[in-house]
Design a protein around this ligand. Structure first.
Ligand SMILES: Cc1cc2nc3c(=O)[nH]c(=O)nc-3n(C[C@H](O)[C@H](O)[C@H](O)COP(=O)(O)OP(=O)(O)OC[C@H]3O[C@@H](n4cnc5c(N)ncnc54)[C@H](O)[C@@H]3O)c2cc1C
Length: 508
């Protein structure tokens, strides 16, 4: 169901039960009603139907990223067979628009009967673990009434996303204030923005820029993509022949979803192995498809042949070559250069060139956050997450009964939502079977003195937002179970086999 801006609003009427909530100690409390929170709620429902759970969501509707990002052309950059949930078939083309993703999420909420469990307009402001009560006590701002409420839960599942939804990342350049036109960040795209007949410069080279440019090019006088350095793109038609064949044969949706999901993953695995073992061949494969589309006259090496090896950043799909078609049609162009300063009429570049602009879009990314910067304490002692170590990229050392969600960065995010959902539900079942009320990851003596590094090592993934965000995240030790495994193909073989009686997990 899609209404108005595309936000699903079913369930908002169910929010009038905070006073009952305050008397309850929930078995599980999920923070965030984005793809992760809704995904994990389905896991709880199916694996632990007797457990009580509630989802607290700061916004007035579900969707998270897909509610926040409403710039023209907003769409997924990975396919919905893998970005969709394992248990909910995707029936559309591989790459989905923001509206389609919100509809899919709304339909999932509806089908799973999750509306009653979601409290919209409820922002978690702090989280305190009480050993005496054996539960989390959360301070929650109820935005509608302006009051502060207290929620209690035995297990806290943090699905609040990995970046600041309120403040995007915009670098400052000299003389920005002198620019006479409009500067806009895609994360704060105004509904009334009109780019018809305007000269637009989009600063950035990532998936957001690649998505925005063909959409803006339809009405603008011209769109220039201004990048410091190139990014890899996967140029592909927005269709999946295997899915189309299976659909034409009336194969049940659930089978088609699973089969196509496996085939997409198998294809990605080939590319990932190639990127690791023969990065030059992987580069050739990606860049030659763009070369073919743009023709011999276009300087692909300057604009679309990155300096880093493939897979050290996310590979964004360009569906139906729309970005390259806009370039070929002369509606858009690419400039690879450094910004010297802004001018009243546009941007002066280090090369001496000046780009004329009426609108400058800063598609420069977001500010990564850990757990939405919510203050946590355990029995009154504040938790400094950067001094802790992550347990399997899902829990934090010395923090009881708390899991957090970071999806995959190379494979679709949701592949990890399902894998983590399996793990956390298995952990809860194990706690039941041994009569434990709490589980805390604790570093053994042998591990405590080992060198610690970034949660995501730079040599694995080097996007700017990761490098900026890492200092606030828990650390990593280069040994299981103290590392976040960045590859789905590696982690999917590890997580389901984890011995829940391993020494790192201390039950109470
Ligand atoms: C523009 C963009 C495009 C992307 N495209 C893809 C893609 O194609 N494929 C892919 O795999 N990944 C993509 N990603 C990564 C993307 O963020 C994830 O795939 C996914 O949507 C994240 O879902 P989430 O539920 O974990 O977090 P979010 O979508 O960030 O949702 C978190 C929710 O938690 C709520 N929340 C936060 N703090 C609090 C609090 N204190 N109290 C209560 N509620 C709170 C927020 O309001 C929000 O609704 C993209 C990211 C961006 C920014």
């Amino acid at each position: 169901m899609v209404i108005g801006t595309g936000a699903y609003r079913g369930g908002t009427a169910m929010n009038n039960r905070p006073s009952e909530d305050e008397k309850t100690v929930f078995d599980v409390l999920i923070v965030g009603a984005g793809i992760s929170g809704i995904g994990h709620a389905q896991h709880i429902q199916s694996r632990h139907p007797a457990r009580s759970f509630v989802i607290l969501e700061a916004r007035e509707a579900p969707g998270g990223t897909w509610l926040t990002h409403k710039y023209p052309g907003a769409r997924s950059d990975s396919d919905l067979f893998t970005f969709g949930y394992r248990a909910r078939p995707w029936n559309g083309p591989p790459i989905a628009t923001r509206q389609e993703i919100l509809s899919y999420l709304g339909a999932t909420i509806e089908a799973a009967g999750l509306s009653d469990h979601i409290r919209y307009g409820h922002r978690v402001e702090s989280a305190s673990w009480s050993s005496a009560q054996q539960c989390w006590v959360l301070r929650v701002a109820d935005q509608a009434s302006g009051s502060i409420r207290t929620y209690r839960a035995r297990f806290l599942w943090m699905c609040q996303g990995y970046y600041d939804h309120d403040t995007p990342y915009t670098p400052t350049w000299p003389d920005m204030e002198r620019f006479a036109g409009t500067i806009v960040h895609p994360q704060h795209w105004p509904d009334e923005m009109d780019w018809t007949g305007k000269r637009v410069v989009v600063i950035g080279s990532g998936a957001t820029a690649a998505t925005l440019i063909p959409a803006l090019a339809q009405g603008a006088a011209h769109v220039t993509m201004l990048q410091r350095s190139p990014t890899y793109f996967v140029a592909k038609p927005n269709k999946n022949e295997l899915a189309d064949t299976l659909r034409a044969l009336d194969i049940p949706d659930a089978w088609t979803h699973e089969i196509v999901r496996r085939s997409v993953l198998a294809e990605q695995k080939v590319l990932q192995v190639l990127a690791e073992q023969d990065p030059d061949a992987a580069r050739d494969l990606l860049v030659s498809a763009i070369r073919e589309e743009l023709g011999p006259e276009f300087d692909v090496d300057t604009h679309f042949n990155p300096g880093y090896r493939p897979w050290r950043q996310r590979l964004a799909v360009v569906p139906d070559n729309d970005l390259f078609k806009a370039i070929k049609a002369g509606k858009a162009s690419v400039v690879t250069d450094q910004i010297a300063r802004f001018t009243p009429g546009g941007i002066a570049l280090e090369s001496g060139q000046e780009l004329a602009a009426d609108i400058i879009v800063t598609a420069t990314g977001f500010n990564m956050q850990f757990l939405n910067d919510i203050p946590f304490d355990v029995d009154g002692d504040p938790v400094a997450f950067h001094d802790k170590v992550s347990y399997r990229g899902l829990m934090v050392s010395d923090v009881p009964n708390m899991a957090f969600m970071l999806g995959y960065l190379r494979t679709s995010w949701t592949m990890r939502v399902d894998l983590a959902g399996d793990f956390v539900c298995r952990l809860m079942g194990h706690m039941d079977s041994i009569g434990a009320a709490s589980v805390t990851p604790v570093l053994g003596e042998g591990d405590a003195g080992l060198p610690r590094g970034n949660f995501i090592p730079d040599e694995e993934f080097n996007s700017g937002y990761i490098q900026r965000g890492m200092p606030d995240w828990p650390r990593r030790i280069e040994r299981d179970p103290w590392r976040y495994v960045i590859s789905y193909f590696e982690e999917s073989a590890i997580l389901p086999e984890v011995d829940l009686d391993e020494a790192a997990l201390v039950y109470g």
